[in-house]
Design a protein around this ligand. Structure first.
Ligand SMILES: Nc1ncnc2c1ncn2[C@@H]1O[C@H](COP(=O)(O)OP(=O)(O)O)[C@@H](O)[C@H]1O
Ligand SMILES: [Mg+2]
Length: 680
């Protein structure tokens, strides 16, 4: 007796309806999900003509019984749920029983499958929804689905397909995501006999991410190291009269959430959310609650409007989720969404705080020394910043080819994924320095290799290392290659300042550059925040009250935030019409800056704080005060002051970025220095 049943109308009507076969990648998605649901550990996908001519997916899962092979093509034929209550705790990726019939109706399809329980397999052939044959065949346990000529009978849908590059990028992106979400399985993607992705099972997400992104990108990612959260649920209500007198009241139930994955340090700043990948119980989803939680974790660590790279895996009891929201199953609803939101936000923030990542200098991507580099047209070859070391990564090859093949400007998600890691603080406001000379130590944009240089050629050049006759490296301390984080700050040896603005220091792990203004800003920000919380803000009384003229809207803002200003040491009082007198200010803010600080606060208050929480208002006030009171650039510092700055910064809770999200320190690692000098 087969496993597949046709859902009753009652259940079928409760399933989120809608078309799911839009493009080749949506076919691959549905078939991949089926393979995973069938318990496959090895999945291979072959495509031709970006999936238009052929998509073949082979898995070593449980296969189908003969009786099921035809039922699988009936609408609402599924082995995964049977009644309405199953919809409340779905633990498989599929459940709608609609994918196979939908795909079969718009292509020429062959199913070959065998279950372990039967000695022979079954082949079913369907074209445009019509059954052509159903035969007994010899085949291994598992399932192979071959989908040819997608949309051959619906030209309208065919017309909406994009270029081969784009369609293939969607397939590649999807396979990559699923391979990240299921690290214990092997995935292979081959396009016209060229291998685009090939990953073997590994024990952790870190190792899978390494297979996919390579070691260099991993350096920017922080492992969340599996965080858990237990939510105690109220016990089901039983009226006391209904209980036996000796029976104890029912215990509250517990439900557990676990979060795993990788997030970037605050120095990786993206302009949109495209680099935030969320998996809930192995399913890749889009979700506002989780996206917001990720953004909130970086609050005050990144400029507003910037986003990190994140690959998050949340696992929970299926009863905590409703996945029956969207036909493509890409959205979920959480039963306890605010609990999930806060758990994710706090877990990510906590890890950021613990790991204190430091921004690396953009390492030269071209192994050719600057002198012999004949061009720098500013165009970056996609994938050129991919790992050049160690084994060849088919995925990196893939991304390069993908981008090269794409004739449209639509960025592939894969490109986004890779670029996410490469992006640095390039989008940040520039600091004006009064120096005419470009300097040796200024982090420069990586010199791009010639567009016609193939990545293979770049690799070959990298490996052409001149034998080392210039002094052996064995004098380096044994731990030179252990990357240091910002806890190393007090141990750095300051060498001086660059343009009286950036502190240059050496550490065990390379050369450090610290932006003195933003470093001090972070120190003051945390100090003022603490003082504000304990009501001990240091203030200075002004000899002469400062009289400020307000516009009507500033007058309105003033009325709203006067108490808060006061709590920060700005003692003010109304002084005639639309005029206020300031009698004191926070200790660090110089007299010339007081007026500017107050007007800046009005400005923030007007533009963004209407909807902000009091906590956010306070943080923004602190940030403004800290910025005004901090040591400016173009200021010479005594060594003792530099040492004090480094020590105080190390004591900060978040020494990575200033409250506006600019990085504080850059490290040019010993490894990168040695590599640039061709010593390793
Ligand atoms: N690769 C596969 N291996 C084993 N069984 C499969 C496979 N693909 C599909 N099936 C069976 O066919 C049924 C219908 O598949 P589908 O139309 O995708 O619906 P759903 O996945 O929502 O159940 C599944 O419930 C499953 O029993
Ligand atoms: Mg399915």
């Amino acid at each position: 007796m087969g496993r597949i049943r046709i859902l009753s109308d009652n259940v079928a009507n409760k399933i989120a309806a809608g078309e799911v076969v839009e493009r080749p990648a949506s076919v691959v998605k549905e078939l991949l999900e089926n393979a995973l649901d069938a318990g496959a550990t090895e999945i291979r996908v072959d495509v031709e003509n970006a999936g238009r001519r052929l998509i073949r997916i082979r898995d070593n899962g449980m296969g189908m019984l003969r009786d099921d092979a035809l039922l699988a093509f009936e609408r609402h034929g599924t082995s995964k749920i049977s009644d309405v209550k199953d919809l409340l705790s779905i633990d498989t990726l599929g459940f709608r029983g609609e994918a196979l019939p939908s795909i079969a109706s718009v292509s020429r399809l062959i199913l070959e499958t065998r279950s372990e329980d039967e000695s022979t397999g079954t082949a079913v052939e369907i074209a445009g929804g019509k059954l052509l044959r159903c035969d007994e065949i010899a085949c291994p346990v598992g399932t192979t689905l071959t989908v040819r000529d997608l949309f051959f009978n619906v030209p309208a849908r065919k017309k909406f397909l994009r270029s081969d590059g784009t369609e293939l990028a969607h397939i590649g992106s999807l396979m990559t995501h699923y391979s990240l979400g299921h690290v214990d399985k092997a995935f292979e993607l081959v396009h016209e006999r060229r291998e685009l992705l090939n990953v073997t099972p590994v024990p952790s997400i870190r190792e899978r991410a390494f297979q996919v992104f390579g070691s260099e990108m991993m350096a920017d990612l922080i492992d969340l190291e599996s965080r858990t959260f237990e939510l105690r649920l109220a016990p089901p209500y039983v009226p006391s009269g209904a209980r036996d007198s000796g029976e104890p009241p029912p215990e509250p139930e517990c439900t557990k959430f676990t979060l795993d994955g990788l997030v970037s340090g605050p120095h990786v700043q993206k302009v949109n959310r495209n680099s935030v990948f969320l998996f809930v119980n192995g399913r890749l989803i889009r979700d506002k609650v989780l996206s917001h939680a990720v953004q909130a974790a970086y609050y005050n660590l990144m400029p507003p409007g910037c986003f990190p790279f994140a690959l998050l895996f949340l696992n929970c009891d299926p009863r905590e989720l409703d996945v029956n929201v969207h036909p493509a199953k890409t959205e979920v609803r959480f039963r306890h969404s605010s609990v999930v939101h806060d758990f994710v936000r706090d877990a990510v923030r906590q890890r950021l705080m613990e790991s204190r990542p430091v921004s690396g200098m953009p390492a030269p991507t071209s192994p050719v020394p600057v002198l012999t580099s004949t061009h720098n047209d500013g165009e970056k070859l996609p994938g050129a910043a991919l790992p050049q070391r160690g084994a060849e990564l088919p995925f990196s090859e893939f991304s390069v080819r993908m981008e090269a093949a794409g004739t449209e400007s639509e960025p592939s998600e894969i490109g986004t994924l890779l670029a996410a890691i490469n992006a640095r603080a390039e989008d940040l406001p520039e600091i004006q320095m009064n120096t005419a000379h470009p300097t040796l130590l200024e982090p420069s944009r990586p010199a791009a290799p010639m567009p016609e240089t193939s990545p293979m050629a770049v690799r070959a050049a990298a490996s052409r290392r001149i034998p080392d006759t210039h002094g052996a490296l064995d004098r380096l301390p044994s731990d030179w290659d252990v990357p240091q984080n910002l806890s190393a700050l007090p141990d750095l040896r300051p060498l001086g300042q660059l343009h009286d603005s950036f502190i240059i220091a050496t550490g065990r792990d390379g050369l450090w550059i610290i932006d003195q203004h933003v470093a001090h800003e972070r120190i003051l920000f945390e100090q003022v925040l603490k003082q504000r919380a304990s009501g001990t803000v240091e203030i200075q009384n002004l000899l002469m009250p400062l009289v400020l003229q307000l516009t009507p809207s500033q007058q309105f803002e003033y009325a709203r935030i006067a108490d808060e200003l006061n709590a920060y040491g700005f003692e003010t009082e109304p002084f005639g019409q639309r005029t206020v007198a300031v009698k004191s200010a926070p200790a660090g803010v110089g007299p010339a800056d007081i007026e500017k600080v107050i007007f800046e606060i009005f400005e923030i208050s007007e533009s963004e704080l209407r909807s902000a929480s009091l906590d956010e208002v306070r943080r923004d006030l602190c940030a403004t005060i800290a910025c005004r009171a901090a040591i400016k650039i173009n200021t010479r510092l005594e060594t003792s002051k530099v040492e004090w700055l480094l020590r105080s910064l190390a004591r900060c809770e978040y020494p990575m970025t200033c409250p506006h999200g600019r990085p504080i320190a850059l490290r040019y690692s010993t490894r990168d220095i040695l590599k640039s000098f061709h010593r390793i």
